[in-house]
Design a protein around this ligand. Structure first.
Ligand SMILES: [Zn+2]
Length: 148
C-alpha cells in the first residue's frame, strides 16, 4: 500500500497516510483543525520533511517504527547500519584482492616466501647443483612439516 501525504491549508499541518490508490481522493479532515485536507505532491514527501512513518526490521533485527529521519539516522548509527541510496545499492562494493590482502596483513607470494625462508633459515633461491638442490629441498620440507 502506498503512502500519501495530505496537507491542511488552514493550519499548515500535514500527515502521511497509508491508503489504497483509489482512497486518496476521498475527503479527509485535518486532525488538528478539522478542515478538509488535500493531497500534496509526492515529491514533497522527500523534501524539508523530518517526518517518516514506517516499520522496519532491517536495522535492529526486530521491527521498529521509524517516525523521523533523526530517529532513523540515530538508530542506524547505533547499530552500525549504513543507509545507501538506490544508486549505491547497484554498485559493486567488493574490495579488490589487493585491498583484502593488505587489510588482512597478508603479503604477496614473493614476500611470503622471503619471510618463510628467512624464518626457516633456508636460502630463498635453490642451488643449481643437483645434490645441493636436493639437500635444501629436503631440509625445507622437513622444517615446514616439523610441527605438523
Ligand atoms: Zn488543519
Amino acid at each position: 500500500m502506498p503512502q500519501y501525504r495530505f496537507g491542511c491549508d488552514s493550519c499548515g499541518s500535514d500527515v502521511l497516510v497509508w491508503c489504497m490508490r483509489e482512497e486518496r481522493t476521498l475527503p479527509r479532515d485535518c486532525g488538528t483543525c478539522g478542515k478538509p485536507m488535500r493531497q500534496l505532491a509526492p515529491s514533497r514527501i522527500h523534501l524539508n520533511c523530518d517526518r517518516l512513518d514506517f516499520v522496519t526490521a532491517d536495522i535492529t533485527g526486530v521491527p521498529v517504527r521509524i517516525q523521523t529521519k533523526a530517529q532513523l539516522n540515530k538508530l542506524c548509527e547505533a547499530n552500525g547500519v549504513r543507509r545507501v541510496s538506490s544508486d549505491e545499492v547497484g554498485q559493486n562494493k567488493r574490495k579488490s584482492i589487493e585491498d583484502i590482502a593488505r587489510a588482512s596483513g597478508v603479503g604477496d607470494l614473493k614476500s611470503d616466501c622471503e619471510r618463510t625462508a628467512q624464518a626457516l633459515g633456508v636460502p630463498l633461491t635453490l642451488p643449481t647443483d643437483p645434490a645441493e638442490w636436493k639437500k635444501v629441498v629436503k631440509r625445507t620440507i622437513e622444517l615446514l612439516t616439523a610441527g605438523a
